[in-house]
Write a new protein. Structure first.
Length: 248
């Protein structure tokens, strides 16, 4: 049997009680897909009722520190206590707006792994990288930290989201074949860290995914799911995406 699709909702800094209420009424439990909903962490406890066999909650980021004088930080233990079992790490908005370095991204991966959180490492190139022919080099370079981590448990709990930065929130997407060829390179690189890892790894495409276009991505052999930003703020659109990805 093939891998189950993984469909992730990233609310970013959006939504409020109304969106929480509409998610609580949503139908997200589909046999063929694992669904992870990542609201702002302040809403995690209110969304606990969503948790099912195939539906989990996640955070959009976490602190690299377990506890201490880090104002505004949220630790992996806090995420777990509020019902979160996953976290995004290294989203391009964190890298660009919060100047997260590769070193910090690695520390966050390690902190999440120590606590037993499943992780989704986000990677992607800028438009300038793509135009100058450096997209593959940029994305594979962002994966070098996995070799540094050299940790089988961390790699076992890892999924990767390929998100070309120029496609995030722009309405533009990579073509399914452009995404497939990047996913193939990502899988190859992870396989070089351990033969069975690459085969089991779920690699998601992210960047202006909608109910209209997600099916074309999931047809590609190395695209195992999607990371959804804007479209997940409309619950019925997100339900459609889950259904389409679950029935590939
Ligand atoms: C994202 O936030 O990771 C994302 C892919 O956003 P959007 O779907 O809005 O492009």
């Amino acid at each position: 049997m093939g891998k189950k699709s993984l469909v992730v909702a990233n609310w970013k800094c959006n939504g409020g009680i109304e969106l929480v209420q509409s998610y609580l009424k949503a139908f997200l439990e589909i046999d063929g897909a694992d669904v992870v909903v990542c609201p702002p962490v302040i809403f995690l406890t209110q969304l606990r009722a969503l948790i099912r066999k195939n539906v989990s909650l996640g955070a959009q980021d976490l602190s690299a520190f377990e506890a201490g004088p880090y104002t505004g930080n949220i630790s992996s233990e806090m995420i777990l206590e509020c019902g979160g079992t996953w976290t995004l790490i290294g989203h391009s908005e964190r890298r660009a707006l919060h100047l997260e370095s590769q070193e910090e991204v690695l520390q966050k991966l390690q902190a999440a792994n120590r606590a037993g959180l499943k992780t989704i490492l986000c990677v992607g190139e800028t438009l300038a990288d793509r135009k100058s022919g450096h997209a593959v080099e940029k994305v594979l370079g962002q994966l070098d930290i996995l070799r540094e981590a050299n940790d089988a448990a961390l790699l076992d709990n890892l999924s990767i989201a390929y998100e070309p930065i120029w496609a995030i929130g722009t309405g533009e997407t990579a073509s399914p074949s452009e995404a497939q060829s990047m996913h193939e390179r990502i899988r190859e690189k992870v396989s070089s860290l351990g033969e069975t890892l690459g085969g089991n790894l779920r690699i998601l495409y992210g960047g202006s995914v909608s109910a209209h276009n997600c099916g074309s991505f999931l047809k590609e052999g190395d695209i195992d799911g999607v990371l959804v930003g804007g479209s997940c703020l409309n619950v019925s659109e997100f339900e459609k995406i889950v259904r389409i990805c679950g029935s590939r």
